[in-house]
Ligand binder design. Structure first.
Ligand code: ACM
Length: 691
């Protein structure tokens, strides 16, 4: 058969998401993937003569965003860039924006087009928000000229983009642990970088009331340990978010999760009154009394005050987990329920929600709440945030309610990015009708804060949330997790450059654990290599082992290591590649084998050094049970790789012995789990054994 070079070329071109053009190769590191991308010929060279022009609707926040983009471009390319913004006629980079609505709503048109040719970069957007998204895409396109070159370029491309879902949120719980404003701001920067558009600010919890009320100052005076956001802080954060195309939805939890309200104003309680800020986590018995008119007077004044700080159309009232045992035993409440024909706690909570909704409506606000607010008595414009799962979300939609999915996006489950990524707010096989599907507004990531603080929060959120952001934004058909992880690395580095601590906090935490007598670079490298073998266990597993409370110091080994570290998927990929052809000699197979062996060796070799460091660090000694397991596990990895590559069988009983080690390694210990058990299991199972 004759060689058909065009077919060969076509095969080479099918490298996923890498598009070849005549003079440049677009390395597609975009996240989220745009809805439409066409690679062009050539590239726009990024030089210090770049000029910028704006037309249409100008706004201070657009100007500021363009200047921030120029600064980031300057940093990426090492080229000084002019900081003057001219008119469309004079710019090589031009932005044309049609409108800048004063308050971003759920109906905002976030679309944009971005065209790059050898001579021009053109952004067109119906709103400033769309233009902000375009600028983030532009920054992700910057790459070195290829195949070789001394400059940076933007590859020629035409992108037409708009989000799949209108509501793409991240909730941060600032109640259990307070997060300083700077931490929230850098998380907003990261959200903007991956086009998330709702910051859900969980401001009140049993463990803390975090927003200043001038009408009810005891809320923070008695309910916050002095850790709260002033009204100026809140305004500043709302402004910061708006500048980045992000809505801020505040959450004030009621009637449950309300111990901090009741510490300050016990007269709101249903009977049981907290004696102080609640330090333990979990569902509490405290609840606001829905039967007293004073409750609604208080809430009306409080919510009116809050509505002056938060311009968003929506206010979140929590509503979850309110067992409220007092409602079943307080004679006054029982009497009220009888008089109003309220048959149980759910009915009483529905009554409460209806009253709160009236207040919100009078403030021109809409209500969001967790699953538990769902009740046919409520009007259809409330939004139900589903933490109980897809079925619960679907049930709401079938009855005409709008919903936002959160259940599969609980970051404290410590699942890999690839698992969260495949959970879809409207999965391909949905039984919802097209009309019902439209009621699913999108999804929201939740970052509950029982087991994190300002040092560890970034690594719990990022980069996994970038993967989920893609699920919310990009076409449903984009589901290749290997390609997700390929793009997650550059996104993660970009977020690190933006100021997030999700990568750097690990080394800082480990240095702190090892202590000053082991501060040398060699010691740090050993502990760093060792730490690659671990990630935190889930919220639930940690709670089982530790009974974490608000007073638990979060400075253990588990707090330093990060969930789903890059090595986890790399090892999985290497094991897959290697096991497809274990004694093969292709470059990929050899590289995969070497990667596996190198990992097991570097972790195994670190063990004696880390044992030394443990002698000087009592806090590090908690990992004793795990460190004792590592030598045999890493040896199993090295041996399996050797047996497989040489096609020499292991001795009889080798497999059973090592599978038993794996079983032991899966049991709880030191509140961390191993990052490599899946690929190691595959390697051991594949190893041939003498009969
Ligand atoms: C929740 O996780 N209780 C909303």
């Amino acid at each position: 058969m004759p060689v058909r070079p065009w077919l060969l070329a076509a095969t080479l071109l099918v490298i996923p998401y890498s598009l070849r053009s005549q003079t440049t190769i677009l390395t597609n590191n975009l996240m989220p993937e745009p809805s439409s991308l066409t690679a062009g010929d050539g590239a726009f060279p990024l030089t210090s003569s770049l000029t910028v022009g704006l037309s249409g609707t100008r706004s201070p926040r657009l100007d500021a965003a363009v200047l921030r983009t120029l600064k980031r471009l300057e940093d990426k390319t090492g080229q000084p860039l002019p900081r003057s913004l001219g008119t469309a006629a004079t710019g090589a980079l031009t932005l044309s924006v049609a409108a800048d609505p004063p308050v971003q709503t759920i109906d905002e048109d976030e679309s944009y087009t971005l065209t790059v040719t050898a001579s021009a970069i053109t952004i067109k957007a119906p709103t400033t928000t769309g233009a902000l998204h375009a600028l983030e895409t532009l920054l992700q396109l910057v790459q070195p000229a290829q195949p070789s070159g001394s400059a940076y370029i933007l590859p020629a491309v035409t992108i037409t983009d708009s989000p799949r879902f209108r509501w793409r949120g991240l909730m941060i719980d600032c109640g259990r642990h307070f997060e300083p404003l700077d931490v929230l701001k850098r998380n907003l920067d990261a959200m903007a970088a991956v086009k998330l558009n709702v910051f859900h600010w969980h401001l009140t919890e049993d463990q803390g009331f975090r927003i200043e009320s001038r009408l009810y100052p005891k809320l923070t005076a008695l309910g916050s340990d002095g850790l709260f956001y002033t009204q100026d802080d809140a305004r500043e954060l709302v402004r910061y978010a708006r500048d980045r195309g992000i809505r801020v939805i505040p959450e004030f939890e009621m009637p449950g999760h309300s111990a901090a309200w009741l510490v300050a104003y016990p007269e709101l309680a249903s009977g049981t009154v907290p004696t102080g800020i609640r330090r333990e986590f979990g569902i509490s018995d405290f609840a606001i009394d829905p039967t007293r008119e004073e409750t609604y007077t208080f809430l009306r004044k409080f919510l009116t005050e809050m509505s002056t700080l938060f311009p968003d159309q929506y206010i979140h009232i929590g509503g979850d987990e309110a067992p409220a045992p007092d409602w079943k035993r307080n004679p006054k409440i029982l009497d009220f329920m009888r008089k109003h024909d309220l048959k149980d706690n759910d009915a009483l909570q529905a009554y409460f929600n209806t009253r709160v909704l009236k207040i919100l409506t009078s403030l021109h606000r809409r209500m969001v709440g967790w699953d538990e607010i769902f009740n046919p008595a409520l009007p259809k414009d409330v939004v139900v945030q589903s933490w109980r799962g897809e079925a619960s979300l679907a049930k709401g939609a079938q009855q005409g309610y709008q919903g936002v999915l959160s259940a599969p996006y609980y970051l404290d489950a410590m699942k890999p990015a690839g698992v969260h990524y495949l959970a879809d707010p409207v999965p391909a096989g949905t039984t919802l009708t097209p009309e019902q599907q439209k009621l699913i507004l999108g999804g929201e990531i939740t970052m509950w804060a029982e087991q994190l603080d300002a040092r560890s929060i970034d690594s719990r959120i990022w980069p996994r949330s970038a993967a989920i952001a893609e699920r919310f934004w990009s076409p449903q058909s984009i589901t290749n997790t290997d390609d997700l992880y390929r793009r997650l690395d550059p996104v993660s580095l970009e977020l690190d450059t933006l100021g997030l601590h999700h990568i750097s906090a690990e080394a800082a935490g480990l240095r702190d654990l090892a202590g000053p007598s082991h501060a040398s670079l060699t010691d740090q490298a050993a502990l760093g290599n060792f730490a690659e073998a671990f990630e935190p266990v889930s919220f639930h597993d940690r709670y089982e082992e530790q009974h974490t409370s608000q007073l638990t110091p979060l400075t253990s080994f588990v707090d330093a290591v990060r969930p789903d570290p890059p090595i986890r998927h790399r090892l999985e990929l290497a094991a897959r590649t290697f096991l497809a052809d274990p004694h093969g000699s292709s470059a990929q197979v050899i590289a995969a084998r070497q990667q596996l062996t190198a990992f097991f060796q570097s972790v195994g070799n670190a063990v004696p050094e880390v044992r030394q460091q443990m002698l000087a660090s009592p806090r590090l000694q908690a990992i004793q049970p795990r460190i004792d397991q590592l030598p045999a596990l890493t040896l199993a990895g090295i041996e399996a790789t050797l047996y497989l590559s040489s096609n020499a069988p292991a001795s009889t009983g080798w497999k059973a012995r090592n599978l038993a080690l794996l079983e032991a390694a899966k049991k709880p210990g030191a509140i961390v789990r191993f990052t490599f058990l899946e690929p190691l299991t595959d390697l051991i199972n594949a190893t041939p054994e003498a009969k």
